[in-house]
Design a protein around this ligand. Structure first.
Ligand SMILES: Cc1cc2nc3c(=O)[nH]c(=O)nc-3n(C[C@H](O)[C@H](O)[C@H](O)COP(=O)(O)OP(=O)(O)OC[C@H]3O[C@@H](n4cnc5c(N)ncnc54)[C@H](O)[C@@H]3O)c2cc1C
Length: 408
């Protein structure tokens, strides 16, 4: 920068995903002329809605439907996009305020935004690198899975969390025979209590998905060549497969930030303004750690994006506050929701409603006159209302006797 008031500052963004680009959109809305923006993305496209990969896998959407910003959008907004594996940023030179991509492309910055997201965890069991062993994170992953997705073929999905169940549903909809392998007695054990989990499992079984619960996976066996053929368990059993999908969680992608000497723990450490340990460098999304928390859902990331954009715009005292997480499963016809502390403890009061005929189960957790958590299965019409009560820490004493029946 030469100090001229007409010259724009240079903002470089590493990571062309949902959080990084939401920040850019927010910035364009509040300070359209402040920066010359350059975006580096390791995937070879514009920005897409990762959430909708589940819908692509089960055939409800086409890839073309899930793009948020096409390459034309970047051009129309004067943004330079470097996208593709060779454009992945290999190094940040903080002394020179430069980023360097794999192919040698260099960009200077006045402000840097790191939004490198997460990497899917691949369990380091014997055989994990066979062909046919996949994760579920990117368009490339979905294309790789769809290449196997023909009726009669067998898929094993490791992980009974949200991602694993959405993968299992998608592959099953494609006609594959699918078994979910889970290390716990309950599906979605981080989001549901045992009663709701059992209802969910029964519904998925009715739809043809099979389960191996409380399973201890020992390793994968090949077909004699490079391809996966079966999974072996420590109870001596084995399950055959053509495709093995690992959906056991993500870890923040901090490689480049850490190598640049930015303070990192599980994620890149940021303050309430989404600023890293270097005042010129901001970070948002699943790559960050804020007050000890890392992130796996998009709603808080959009909150981060708003706060970060306001600070980048240079006129803000906004602070990021992490809201309570709400969960939904994107499997059509299955309604479930959970928010907050749905397990409760001895000091909490639990309110239940069950209608076995209709397959409805509701549990509310009240502590010190406030609703602190909820699990709903089968009827989620009041989910937004319960979430508001939790977030706004409303005193529910006046509605305590009818709160389980919902807002109406
Ligand atoms: C199948 C699926 C379903 C989901 N469903 C839901 C849902 O229902 N609800 C919900 O809230 N969330 C859902 N999520 C999670 C949600 O998609 C993520 O929280 C969100 O995408 C994270 O955004 P991000 O920008 O932090 O990371 P990402 O969207 O992963 O973007 C990070 C980008 O940075 C790029 N990158 C990494 N390193 C570099 C580098 N060195 N140089 C250049 N680029 C780099 C990556 O290639 C990637 O494109 C789902 C995720 C998946 C995979």
């Amino acid at each position: 920068m030469n100090g001229s008031c007409t010259e724009k500052m240079r903002l470089v963004v590493i990571g062309n995903g949902m959080a990084g680009l939401r920040t850019v959109e927010e910035l364009l809305a509040c300070a359209p002329d402040r920066y010359e923006i350059t975006v580096f993305g390791a995937e070879p496209y514009g920005n897409y809605n990762r959430i909708l990969l589940s819908a692509v896998l089960c055939g409800e959407k086409q890839l073309a439907d899930i793009f948020i910003n096409t390459r034309q959008w970047y051009a129309d907004n004067g943004i330079t996009l470097h996208a593709g594996a060779d454009k992945a940023v290999a190094r940040i030179d903080r002394a020179r305020r430069q980023v360097l991509a794999e192919d040698g492309t260099v960009a200077d910055y006045d402000r840097l935004l790191i939004a490198t997201g997460s990497d899917a965890i691949k369990m380091a069991i014997p055989g994990h690198d066979y062909v046919g062993v996949n994760t579920f994170r990117t368009i490339a992953d979905v294309n790789a899975m769809l290449a196997y997705a023909t009726p009669g073929k067998q898929a094993l999905v490791l992980g009974g969390g949200l991602l694993g169940l959405e993968a299992a549903n998608g592959l099953s909809q494609c006609g594959m025979t699918v078994t979910v392998i889970h290390n716990h007695a309950d599906l979605l054990n981080k989001q549901l209590d045992s009663s709701a989990s059992k209802l969910l499992q029964a519904e998925l079984e009715r739809r043809g998905v099979q389960f191996k619960m409380q399973a201890r996976l020992q390793g994968l066996v090949g077909d004699g060549g490079q391809h996966v053929r079966a999974a072996q368990f420590d109870d001596g059993t084995a399950l055959a497969c053509d495709l093995f999908v690992m959906a056991i969680g993500v870890q923040p992608n901090i490689t480049v930030a850490k190598a640049a000497g930015l303070a990192c723990a599980r994620g890149i450490i940021v303050n309430d303004a989404m600023q890293t340990s270097d005042a010129w460098v901001y970070a948002v999304g699943e790559c960050v750690e804020h007050r000890g928390n890392t992130f796996g859902l998009v709603a808080p990331l959009y909150g981060q994006a708003k706060v970060c954009a306001q600070h980048l715009a240079g006129h803000s005292t906004a602070q990021f506050v992490n809201p309570p997480m709400a969960t939904k499963l994107k499997v059509s016809g299955i309604k479930l929701f959970s928010v907050g502390d749905f397990q409760g403890n001895d000091q909490a009061e639990h309110i239940f409603f069950t209608d076995p005929v209709q397959g409805i189960y509701k549990k509310l957790v009240v502590k010190a006159n406030q609703l602190v958590g909820a699990v709903l299965y089968g009827d989620t019409a009041d989910s937004a209302w319960y979430q508001e009560l939790v977030e706004q820490q409303v005193n529910v004493t006046p509605i305590r006797d009818r709160i389980i029946f919902g807002k109406a």
